[in-house]
Design a protein around this ligand. Sequence first.
Ligand code: DX5
Ligand code: ZN
Length: 233
Amino acid sequence: MFNIIKEKREKILETKISASLLGADLSNLGQEAARAVKLGADWIHFDVMDGCFVENISFGAPVQKSIRENALMENHFIDTHLMVERPDSQIGFFAESGSDMITFHIESKSDTDHTINMIHRRGIMAGLAIKPSTPAESVFPFLEKLESVLVMTVEPGYGGQGFLNYTLPKIKEIRKKADEIKPSLMIEVDGGINNDTAPLVIAAGADILVSGTYLFNARNMMDAIYRLRNNNG
Ligand code: DX5
Ligand code: ZN
């Protein structure tokens, strides 16, 4: 009996892999999203860049809507990462475009508490992202309301960058605080995740591993996903 409960708990807490479409063949986004979920990705990570909060412009709500409607099933999970200066203006569009979770930056021009409420009012999970140099404590006042905190492990704006090791203690600090006040909080890590860095972030307390370049460039994506998920060093 206890073993069954333990197994179920481990299953629930199993590391999840979120495939970042920024690392995919951008001329084939729908097929790439479908390929990732077919080969074992738990979530699809959709990076939205506005050319203001970060230098780049990536893709917006109409593109996500088309992927949702034409390439994914209803039960596939879309994790929208807003790297935009004014997240409030985008929430309605993404709510209509099939986001299951919307993550916005604490450094953006928004009232954090109000933006979390806006997301929740749409029946969507709320995530709060922090850049590598933003301290862990900045998210503490919001932990109780959030479903997830996304720790950027590279500077936001580009795929294919090297993992910043100095972000690791921050993951631990957030996990420790969350265990005290919001044990169900998920910690997502984003940037430079590969077979070498996965065990480090898992050991630090990450639950969701976002990966773009490593997954979409892998010769065997199914194997790469399996190894990321089960890599405990
Ligand atoms: C970076 C994005 C990431 C990025 C991760 O600004 O938020 O999601 O796509 O890509 P890799 O895995 O290539 O670092
Ligand atoms: Zn991202």
